[in-house]
Ligand binder design. Sequence first.
Ligand code: UT7
Length: 337
Amino acid sequence: MLTHPLVQRPPLRTVSIIGSGSYVPARVLTNADLERLVETTDEWITSRTGIRERRIAADGEATSDMAVSAAGRAMESAGISSEAFDLIIVATITPDMLFPSTACLVQQKLGANRAVAFDIEAACSGFVYALEIAAQFIQSHSFQTALVIGAEKMSSVIDWADRNTCVLFGDGAGAAVLQHRPGSQGLLTTCLGSDGTKASLLELPAGGSACPSTAESVAGRLHFLRMDGKEIFRNAVTAMVSAANEALSRCGIGIEQIRCIIPHQANQRILTAVGERLGATSGQVFVNVDRYGNTSAASVGIALDEAVRSGRIQRGDLVLVVVFGAGLTWGATVLEW
Ligand code: UT7
């Protein structure tokens, strides 16, 4: 009988984000543009959501293209090239196609030949889920350098005749490069959660194995996103506050020690409610939902990058990232930048 000696693993190590990048398409769709598309007003959209405009990908511009642009900026800020990656994770609900994964398409476009590449799907929570997965691999020495991307072409799954949803979403991508950085604590803790009993609150029913694409499914508009906005709103506030508090308490710190809160950008009213319930000042809460709308898995990646590039986050600052999305899924991460 063969006996296998136990593989000796080195002790777990810390994992830091060593570079960030983001990309939004050039085309701007304003609330005034939407007034011409559906029965809505700039006043309704602004007062109910805080959104003033969003970005829409060009014809032929796929999720992987936006992901690659964000990745390029993250690599530049990290000072590394694509050969360094041993892991690429793309979080998306709008992959280029059902398969192969968008991550494999990104790998090919970047020429990151050594990398293991796969997608994860946790809707708007995807970036935080992907960060934690990548961090576990680096912590345990399986991989050295990971690229995490949240990228979405939400405009491809929006029913442009449904005013309840078409005013809310936008396209874009956010990326982070992860490595062990000696002397930094990096990602301190991550709390994740899911509740499949509420899956039907936010879904895209057709195009999968439960309801394959047919002429009838297209005619029934089943290939578009559907949402019970009110219920999602309620669940989002509760879950985000609870995940954030759990993450803070695991770290033994209070909200006042957090320099910047990066919440999933879905609705200004959600951001305000979450900030208030956490006892944060409005100055701590990063907001760009007014310019991009809800970019799903891309949202916190873009926000984190903008906060870093604008100087809102400096080396050594404590940052709280908190997300919520379809599934239901949610999560919170506390990290030292
Ligand atoms: O990324 C995942 C997380 N997603 C979210 O967090 C989204 C969460 N939900 C929301 O942000 C909000 O629920 C919405 C912005 C979607 C809706 O805001 P609300 O204050 O909950 O509005 P409502 O659903 O109660 O709708 C109020 C009214 C309705 O009319 P009636 O039935 O009262 O006559 C809607 O038909 O507003 C109407 N309405 C609109 N009117 C003008 C809905 N959409 C529009 C629109 N323009 N675009």
